[in-house]
Design a protein around this ligand. Structure first.
Ligand code: EPZ
Length: 420
């Protein structure tokens, strides 16, 4: 297993180009199952998770090929099986996103029941309930979700009692080929969902209410292939901007959709950073200053994204002042705080709340990654710690960040990957 070795203290400076969004690419790749025609996706990030999705789609019988410019051709003209096996689903929970499209197009799907993960139990009850509302018969047997709709899915009205990104995505991908009209209420509105809806509309899907909490979907008989550019990854961009602010640096990121950053921009400005932006770029300048501490409460979009919480905790550990970070989306997403305490961070965890007292610096230490965004926060902590930090189990990072050490080296960080 690889590790990252970081010698902290360097101020980040320079320019990066954003990657395509992992959390948009994964549902969009799954959505190509909805048509027998060929689809071309651009700006598909090269990650463990997108590689896993390629393996999963190929195992179903899809033809998937990458070009070297991060474009990807996908075609599911005739699948030879409709089962997403445990061996793949256990490595990536987002595999469940093939459930809706397989059911919609083939009337059957078997997906290994995704277990919990480090950040929480991650139930999928709402995915199942909305598909049952559309007429699917769903049972869970021997660790698999087995969904059948032999006569096809029918439009339905359904209200999500919890805002769920994946549940919304599965519901929409099922509804676009259902017979009749589906009305989904209290849907998730993350930018990645808007991107999926844009791709589905490009395929010929009839979807109203994009950007609101209610979607009305008129089922169609079939969908065509499409070509589509995956949106930039707002969480990757936010991660590098937080690293720039924490180190007192100046970083410009190009190929960005600044509006998708939403309230993360406000939080970055509260650190005292100077932000500037254009149509497709954003620049953060901390002007060599120590950041101010920022209070955070996570919430579904347009609230503060839970995927940016750990990164701000890392910044707050060396910021001026005290701060409170409250995680409302997942029940166990503050664990990286315990690893940061090994680096001298002053953090008290009380249920869903982290109370942080900023210190002038952390001390480098060997630490262990536990999930994707927690790993990124340990990298940020290493960048601002004195001495050397070794982060083990960085396969977590490789799931969601393209070449993180290469990008940070370009920005002047003293960071290298070692293979154990
Ligand atoms: C997506 O996960 C993202 N993953 C996550 O990013 C992100 O943190 C999360 O949305 C929230 O924004 C992808 O897009 C691949 P949810 P998802 O369903 O869809 C509860 C990352 O780091 N819930 O919106 O699994 C659930 O327990 C990853 O890139 C139910 O109760 O998240 C949670 O408390 C981590 N029943 C809340 O909803 C259900 O059927 C939000 O989960 C489904 C969810």
């Amino acid at each position: 297993m690889d590790s990252l070795i970081i010698r902290g203290g360097n101020r980040l400076g320079g320019t990066l180009t954003a990657s395509g969004s992992k959390n948009a690419a994964l549902p969009i790749m799954a959505a190509t199952l909805l048509t027998p025609e060929s689809c071309t996706l651009h700006r598909v990030p090269i990650l463990r998770d997108t590689d896993t999705m390629v393996t999963l789609l190929s195992s179903l019988g899809a033809e998937v090929s990458r070009r070297d410019d991060k474009a990807m051709a996908l075609q599911s003209s005739a699948l030879h099986q409709l089962k997403a096996p445990y061996e793949l689903v256990k490595t990536m929970r987002a595999s469940i996103l093939v459930l809706g499209p397989l059911l919609a197009r083939y009337g059957r799907a078997e997906v290994s029941f995704p277990g919990g993960c480090a950040i929480g139990s991650r139930p999928v009850d709402l995915h199942i309930r909305v598909l049952e509302a559309m007429g699917a018969v769903v049972e869970v047997a021997e660790g698999y979700i087995i969904a059948d709709a032999p006569t096809g899915l029918s439009g339905a009205e359904f209200t999500f009692d919890t805002v769920t990104v994946g549940g919304t995505e599965n519901a929409v991908m099922a509804a676009v080929l259902a017979t009749g009209t589906t009305v989904l209420r209290n849907v998730a509105q993350e930018p990645e969902i808007i991107d999926l809806l844009g791709f589905l509309q490009q395929m010929g899907a009839k979807i109203e209410g994009v950007g609101t909490d209610t979607l009305t979907i008129e089922g169609v008989a079939s969908l065509s292939g499409a070509s589509y550019h995956v949106m930039p990854d707002r969480i990757e961009v936010g991660t590098y901007l937080v690293a720039a602010a924490a180190t007192g640096g100046r970083v410009r990121i190009e190929g960005v959709a600044p509006a998708a950053l939403g309230v993360v921009r406000d939080a970055l400005q509260q650190t005292g950073a100077v932000l500037s932006e254009g149509a497709d770029w954003i620049c953060l300048d901390m002007e060599g200053r120590r950041p101010q501490a920022v209070d955070i409460v996570t919430a579904p979009f347009p609230g503060f994204p839970t995927d940016m919480q750990a990164q701000f905790i890392a910044l707050n550990t060396i910021a001026e002042g005290r701060s409170t970070v409250i995680e409302t989306v997942f029940e166990n997403r503050l664990m990286q705080a315990h690893e940061m305490k090994r680096m001298g961070a002053e953090i008290d965890i009380d249920g869903d709340t982290a109370r942080i007292t900023g210190r002038p610096a952390l001390q480098g230490a060997p630490v262990m990654a536990s999930d994707l965004r927690a790993s990124a926060s340990l990298v940020i902590a290493g960048l601002v710690a004195s001495g050397e930090t070794r982060i083990d189990r960085i396969y977590h990072i490789d799931r969601g960040y393209e070449n993180i050490e290469g990008n940070l080296q370009c920005l002047g960080a003293d960071i290298r990957r070692i293979s154990a």
